[in-house]
Design a protein around this ligand. Sequence first.
Ligand code: AMP
Length: 544
Amino acid sequence: MKGLMMDTPLLIKDIMQHAARCHGSTEVVSVTVDNPRHRTTLAEIFRRARKLANALQAAGIRRGDRVGTVAWNDYRHLELYYAVSCMGAVLHTINPRLFPEQVSYIVNHAEDRLLFVDPLVMPLIDALRPQFGTVERVIAMCDEAHLPQAANGPVTDYESFIAAGEDQFDWPDFDEHTASSLCYTSGTTGHPKGVLFSHRSTVLHNYAALIGDSIGCTRRDTILMVVPMFHVNAWGIPYAGPSVGTRLVMPGPKMGDGATLATLITEEGCTLAAGVPTVWQALLAHARAAKIKLSPLRRVSVGGSACPLSIMTEFRERHDVEVLHAWGMTEMSPIGTLNSPPRGFEDWPREQQDALRVRQGQPVLGVQMKIVDDQGNELPLDGRTSGIVKVRGPWICGSYYRPDEPSEAHAEQGWFATGDVATLEPDGTMTITDRAKDVIKSGGEWISSIDLENTVCGHPQVMQAAVIGVRHPKWDERPLLIVVPQPGESPTREDLLGWLGGKVAKWWIPDDVVFADKLPLTATGKISKLQLRQQYAGYVLPTA
Ligand code: AMP
């Protein structure tokens, strides 16, 4: 027997229309090239999205066409998010920090017809323009007065582009499985791979983002959207915020700048924020040096890499801010697990609290998980056995967009192999040991670089730490610790190795320590283990 409920399609336009009706007066604050503190409302953003949709239609954009953006977080980018997807075209968000050859590869692979580009990124796009095969027009995301120079083709400014468009647009209905946006992952090997989100996956993921212990924003909150709109749809905040009327604060090109973030938090009264750990390290270092308290902030969502305990502790002790540790990936839209403290958690002994905090948490409703060995056999959920994490669910990538070769990650029908190695408890709580590629294999046993980094980051003189495997004649690989000290501090090798003693297994203790001024970052702001491995490929350990 079939249920008798209505079968209305899950479309992003319903988020927009709901937000326009119920939360139209909600403020959106942006830092842009042409205005350091631009203020508008959701109602105005959606009005301009209708003008934009008309302009896109006049430029020949039809359903299914790809429209690229190479831009930071601001209100114009939000207008593009809604206009492009809701007219049935596909918003392709491009990370400006990718290597130039990757940018031209993905623009050509996606066959973008138009490119919307932040003026600061125009030099990159202009230089690559002769390599683009399908791009018909480039639009700079600014007004006419701020139009950047470009040598390799005409550029229109965004305001002139939308000016002629009517502010009425009849948003169409279509199948909820229609593609809405496209985001390429920058893998460590091979070409970037396209993850093609649908309206259905985006709307369902939006409900997951709105769970209390997820992004969990409300109508009373102001969220600092640090996570870039080119990194998995800014973790769904551009949809979640408008859904419930959360005030949005978008730092534009200043997303990695601790001082700007602190100013935005305090002056704009941000209660929530979301981003990768390296951003929070910069913010906390600034707050410490400037002796300020990030007062209005009550919760920070951290994901993208393992969040060191030291970040969570400093947020809690100095700023009364709770950290929500979450795990996910581009292929998962991105939310996979949430580390939600259980009832009575506040009364637990501190060590027990900390032991839970560093884990990645339980799967969010809608995501199924298992761990498997190299042969694909399912492993026990005992909290000790580690294996490759596989996931399934309605907002998880079923296959890549026009892959160059069959994807290993989709080899098992109905499951996606994440490439992360983890343990799972009987209640589903996951602890990531490593990214499979980052695991250190010493004498046939695995050493978790994440565990080591986390412990080293607890040392008061350490700002950032990374551990990589370096070739060793006897053990195949041994860990090398690379440390960025806190400003003005000079810990010694012995201090740091001594600090690890008793905290991790003896055979895990790195064979050497290297000090650095900074660590290389990936295009999404995470510490790049790949670059570190390349940099220290020939490193000779004292034990070798
Ligand atoms: P991306 O698709 O760029 O967001 O990268 C996803 C990858 O980031 C995951 O597969 C993990 O390896 C890593 N990651 C994300 N969140 C966490 C976390 N909380 N702890 C450890 N690794 C994480």
